[in-house]
Design a binder for this molecule. Sequence first.
Ligand code: AMO
Length: 423
Amino acid sequence: MTGKGERVRVVGWVNSIRSVGGIVFLEVIDGYRMQLYTVVAKRSENPEAWRAASDVKTGSAVVVEGVVPSKTISRRGLEVHPTRLEVVSEPEEVLPLDPSEKTPALLDTIIEHRYVALRTLKQRAIFRIRALAVKAARDYLESQGFVEVHTPKICGAGAEGGATLFQLDYFGRRAFLAQSPQLYKQMLMCGLSRVYEITPYFRAEKFNTVRHLNESWGIDAEMAFISGVEEVMKLLEGLISHVFEAVKSKAEPELRALGVKLQKPRRPFKRLTYDEAIEVLRSRGLEVEWGQDFGSDEERALGEAMAEEGYDAYFIVDYPWSAKPFYIMRRGELSESFDLDYRGLELASGGQREHRYRELVENIRLKGLNPEDFAFYLKAFRYGMPPHGGFGLGLDRLVMVLVNARNIREVVLFPRDTQRLTP
Ligand code: AMO
C-alpha cells in the first residue's frame, strides 16, 4: 500500500480531465493494476506540473512523479500531487469509448476496441479474473499430479462430429482444426496417466447465441486407472471449487469493480440423472423426447429447478448413449457420462471412455463413422490402455460465471463468431 506523504511514480492513461480555477484533476488508470489515481495539479503548488497537466488530452499515456498528500480532496482513486508530468504518447483521435465509465459503451464498441476498453476497471477486472482462474486451475490440477501437455491443433480427424469441423488444406491433404484435444488426451493415457491441457478449440457450427463461439478455450483433463466416472466428477468438483475459492480470495478489488458477490457452489454438487432431468422438464411444461440432448431452453429450465433446491452447480448423469460421442463408454442404453451445469449454463462435459479395443471399434461403427479414419487413435488402444476418463471444461463459460457475464463475448478479448474475424 502507498502511504501518505510517500513519493510515487505513476504510469498509465488519462481517463478524464476536470479543471477548476487553478487546479487540474486528471483521473489516471494504472498500467495494469486495479488502481485509479487522481492527479491533482495546483498552479499554486507546482506551476510547471500544472501547465503540463493543463495541456494533457484525455486518452494520453503519461508518466507522473509526485507525492501522496496527507490531506486529500478527491473522492476517487489515490490522490497524487505531481512534481513532474510527462506525456509519453498522445491519442491521434478522440477515444471510441469513455474509459471513466460515466457513459457506458455498447458491447460491440468494446469488442472493436478492447485494448482501449481495458482502461476501464470493469474490463480490466474481467481479464484479470480470467488469468487468475487459469492459474488456479493449473495449481489445482498440478496439486493432483496432472501434467500439462500440448496436443496438435491441426488434425487428421475430429472427435465431436463431422458437421462442426473447420477444414483446411494441409500440403494437399485434408486436415481439420482441432475441435477438442479428445483423441490425443486419450491416446496419452497409454503412457502418462494424468494429463491436462488449457487450449483453444474450433467449432464450425453457425452459432448465434450468447454462449457459443467458433474459437473457444477449454481446460481438458484426462486420468487413467479409474474405477468409475464418479472419480472424474470428484476431480472436476474439486477443480471448480478451488477456482471459485481462489478468485473469491485473490480478486477482491476485481469482484468489487464488477459488483459481483461470488458464492462458492454448495458441495457435493447435486447429481441428477437424465431421467430425473426429463421429469423436471416435463413438469415445467417443456416437451422433451427421451434420447435427445438438452438445448439452451432445457438447460435454463433445469437451472431454475435446481436453484429452487439450493444448487447452483449440478451434474447430469446417465445420459442415453445415443446423445453422446463414440468414445464414451456404454452401459446398455445409457452411458458413463456427465454434464456439469451452473445455473442453467453447461460448463463441462465428460465421462468414462471405452478403453477396450473391440468395443471401441464397434462404437465408432455404431455412430456411422469409419474406424479407418481413426486408425492412428485406435492404435494406442492395442498396447495396454487402462480404464480412463476425463472432462472438457469450457474456460470462457467458467469465466462468464465468475464475473456474472450474460454474453460469452464479454469474457473473450477478441471473440471469433460467424461475424467476426477481426480485430
Ligand atoms: P463438449 O463438446 O461438450 O465436450 O465441450 C466441452 C465444454 O466446452 C464448452 N464449449 C463451448 N464453449 C463455447 N463455445 C462453443 N462453441 C463451445 N463448445 C463447447 C462447453 C462444453 O461443456 N471432448 C469433450 C469433453 C470430454 O469428454 O472430455 C468435448 O469437447 O462448456
